[in-house]
Each structure stands twice: as C-alpha cells, then as structure tokens.
Design a protein around this ligand. Structure first.
Ligand code: ATP
Ligand code: MG
Length: 457
C-alpha cells in the first residue's frame, strides 16, 4: 500500500508534461483558509507518527502539511488508512531531519519516515511542469526548480477535489484550493482540471474514481464520469503490476461489492477482466456469473469487516472462473478430455490476465490450486476425500465450491456432503465414503472395470 503514492509520483507523466510545458501555465488557485475553529480536523485524528513528522519538519524551519486522502477520510467520519505529508523541504532536507528516513523513487523522490511500525510518506510540493526524459538523462539529475513547486501547483496536480485538502501544522488551518470541503460535504467526486486530459495523463484515475465512489458512497460529478465511458481501454497501457495493486484496493479493502457495481456502471469491469467480463453478458450463464462474483464480493467484505484474513488468490480465482469454464468447454469441443481441457484453460486465462493485472506468482499458483481442487472434490472414494481434506488448499477450494453451488453454476449437493464430512469423526468419515461406494455412480463403474481383467482367468 505504501508504494502507491511513490508509484504515482515516480511515474513519468508523458503527454501532460509536455503539454503543460508548452502551453501557458494555468492560473494558480487561491485557497480558502478555514482556521481551526471552523473545521473538524483535530490532532487527535492523527497518528503519533504523522504528528512527529509534521512537527519535525516545522521545527526544522519548513512548511508541513497533511494532505489528501487522510483528511478526506477524517471529514467523512472514517479512520484514515495512512497519512501523507507534503512540505517545501527537499527530500534530502527531510532525510536529515529524521533518524529513520529513506529516500525512494528516481524521477520524483519522496521520503519514507519510519516510526515503529508506521511509515509516513513525505513528498515535496510538486511542480506542474517537469523536465522531459531527454533533459533528465543528459544532465543525470533533475533541476530542482523544474520539479519542485509551490503548494498551489501541488494542489493542481492532485486527482480529485476531495483529495486536495491541506492541513497546516503551523496554524492548524485547512487550506482548500479547489472547493474540496463543499464537495466532501455534498459527497461529490470531481476531477481537478480537464477530465479528459487528466484521465489520459494517468488512466488509473478512472479506477480511483470508481474506488472512491464505492468506498465513500459518493457520486461522480457528470463531467468527471463522462470521459470514463470512452477512455476505459487506456487502462491497458498502465503497467500491469500497478493495475494489480489498484485491483486489490478495489476488492480487498472492505467495499468489494460496491466497487464491482461502480466498475460495471462505468464500463470498467470488462476492461479489468475482459474475458470473464464478456461472459457476464452471456444469455444463459451471465446471471450465474454475475451472482458468483457478487457473492464472492459480499463474502470478502464480510470477512474484512470481521477482521478475518482474505487472499487475493481466492478473489481472482472467482473473477477469472467464467473465462476458465468457457475456455474449458471450447477445448472439450475440440476433443480434449475434461481434465486436460481445464488445465489448459486455466493456464491460458492466467496468462492473458497477467497482461492486464500482473498477478504475482505466489498468488497465481494458489489460484490454480483452488481450481484444481474443484476437480478433486468430486472424487471422494477410497482415500481421496481423506487426502483432500488435509490439503492446505482444501478450505479455499471448498468455499469456492459452495459459491458455485450458491450461484447456480452446479447442482447443490456436493458442498453439503463436504460440510458434513468435515463435521464427522474418523469413523463417520469412513462410513460416508463407504456409503458413496454403495450408491450407483462413477465409483461402481470404476470397480467393475478393475475387476474385468481378472474375470476370465
Ligand atoms: P487511500 O489511501 O484511501 O487509498 P488516498 O487518496 O490517500 O486514498 P493515495 O494513493 O494514498 O490515495 O494517494 C495520496 C494522495 O496523492 C491522494 O489523496 C491524491 O491527492 C494524490 N494522488 C494519488 N494518486 C494520484 C493520481 N493518480 N493522480 C493525482 N493525484 C494522486
Ligand atoms: Mg492514502
């Protein structure tokens, strides 16, 4: 999570950099300053570490502000996830002030200041225009004037008005350059500057718009929403690891269902998971897939609300499942037996998805295991059930099976059997498996086949 602002701030901005460089600079905004008695941000809302950094900078003779998401969250009555600080001190100056501080980033440096477990990100006010790549490589360093700016410029570069408030530790006042307070009060998400240009400059802002709408239950301003419907595909140009991080923030921070709905409403779900997204519109199975993913989101949100662990692997296993099923069917039509068809489909789906959201190996491995367990859950005879239930992937695979039954993808029954099996003691389990042997089905067939060669002798 802490990488996020660093990622953003160190991303080359491409088109806009040049554009701003060429055109005359936009007029700088004048802040509305709300003194302490006119706003609800208290130092009690801030972490010890954030306050230490703010005071440390201030004592060192620099300006120090809390900025962005943390203020938005406090004003909306939520607990901030982390605290971001901006200052007029350069990263090197910041580093000198704190014992445990590390400068990170290449193009635009920021400082991580550590206090115990907490990390505070400290950025220097960012300028509107930046040197282009050529200038950077020729000189080997970026000229200070080109890269660091004023608080006004910094405000103009932020994404949404709700993320552009500044709290000055010097006088405890809130600086509102963009009508942020009003937008937070009206629960309205408004992008700063020309919407079309700001999304082209960094398409991730479209996902951020969806995320804040979902997380805060805010409305997107019509002008902020409109270009998203046209520009969604530009997300495919964003580096896949960054996309993965954004997806986690959308789906694994307690508001997955709302995120899913917001993404669908904006036409972005199909861009994030194109293959599965396409099948959500299938005439017969579309409703099932929609239900499957929604239910997974609901379960994820409940787990997070109960502070239980969640893994991205399970969520991705669900999100990609419609594509796996569809591809499996295709391979079967082309003559592959079921199991190899499933294996092949699984590999292909993960491979294709990696192009969009790079799924780290440690998760894609687990995703495939969860899918593999789906095949194994059916084979319960002999020692199969006993072995599977002890498998470290059993639990996730079993949860996945329940979801599939719940969504109506498969007939209910198998899930119940496994629920029951887990509740039984050793003797009960053996009996359950024995009962299976008695009922007609694949087990019987297999036994008959095995006996065959012995018959004639
Ligand atoms: P949260 O921490 O809940 O995810 P946040 O708004 O704090 O939300 P961060 O990613 O922590 O999001 O970013 C901190 C601040 O940096 C934002 O509030 C915003 O002002 C600015 N910011 C982040 N990403 C972008 C972006 N892509 N474009 C412009 N400004 C951004
Ligand atoms: Mg933040």
């Amino acid at each position: 999570m802490l990488r996020k602002i660093a990622n953003y701030l160190t991303q080359p901005l491409g088109p806009v950099t040049r554009l701003l460089g060429r055109s005359s600079a936009p007029a700088l905004p004048v802040p509305e300053i709300h003194s302490r008695e006119h706003h609800d941000i208290s130092r009690r809302d801030m972490s010890r570490a954030a306050l230490n950094v703010l005071y440390g900078l201030n004592k060192g003779g620099f300006e120090a502000y809390l900025v962005g998401g943390c203020l938005r969250d406090i004003l909306a009555g939520e607990k901030p996830k982390d605290f971001d600080v901006v200052t007029n001190a350069t990263p090197e100056e910041v580093q000198k002030l704190f014992r445990r501080a590390r400068v990170i980033g290449r193009r635009f440096k920021i400082v991580h200041v550590y206090f115990g477990q907490e990390v505070i990100e400290v950025a220097t006010f960012r300028a509107l225009s930046e040197p282009d790549e050529r200038e950077e490589s020729e000189h080997g360093m970026i000229l200070r004037d080109n890269i660091y700016g004023s608080i006004e410029e910094d405000a103009l570069r932020r994404d949404f008005t709700i993320n552009a408030l500044y709290y000055n530790i010097d006088n405890f006042a809130l600086y509102d350059f963009m009508g942020s307070m009003e937008d937070i009060r009206r629960k309205r998400i408004r992008i700063i500057g020309d919407p079309d240009r700001r999304y082209r400059e960094d398409p991730v802002r479209m996902l951020r718009a969806a995320r804040f709408a979902a997380k805060m239950q805010f409305e997107l301003d019509p002008a902020t929403e409109k270009p998203i419907h046209q520009l969604g595909l530009s997300l495919h140009q964003v580096p896949a690891p960054r996309m993965f991080d954004e997806l986690l923030k959308l789906f694994l921070t307690g508001h997955a269902l709302a995120s899913m709905k917001a993404l669908q409403q904006l036409g972005l779900l199909e861009i994030l998971i194109p293959e599965s997204g396409k099948h959500l519109h299938d005439r017969d199975s579309g409703i099932i897939w929609q239900k499957l993913i929604e239910q997974a989101c609901i379960n994820t949100d409940i787990r997070i609300a109960n502070e239980r662990p969640v893994t991205p692997a399970f969520l991705f296993a669900v999100l990609l499942w419609p594509a796996v099923v569809a591809r499996t069917e295709k391979h079967i039509e082309h003559g592959l037996p079921f199991a190899p068809a499933r294996q092949k489909a699984a590999g292909q789906v993960i491979h294709a998805q990696n192009e969009i959201t790079a799924i780290p190996k440690r998760f894609s491995q687990v995703i495939r295991e969860i899918w593999d367990v789906q095949l194994r859950l059916d084979k319960r005879q002999g020692r199969h059930a006993e072995i599977l239930v002890a498998d470290q992937r059993f639990r996730a695979g079993y949860d996945f099976l329940l979801l599939r039954e719940q969504a109506g993808e498969i007939e209910p029954g198998l899930g119940d059997w496994w629920t029951h099996y887990q509740e039984e003691d050793e003797h009960g389990r053996l009996e359950m498996v024995r009962q299976l042997g008695k009922s007609a089905g694949p087990a019987k067939k297999r036994r008959r086949r095995r006996r065959k060669p012995a018959g004639p002798a």
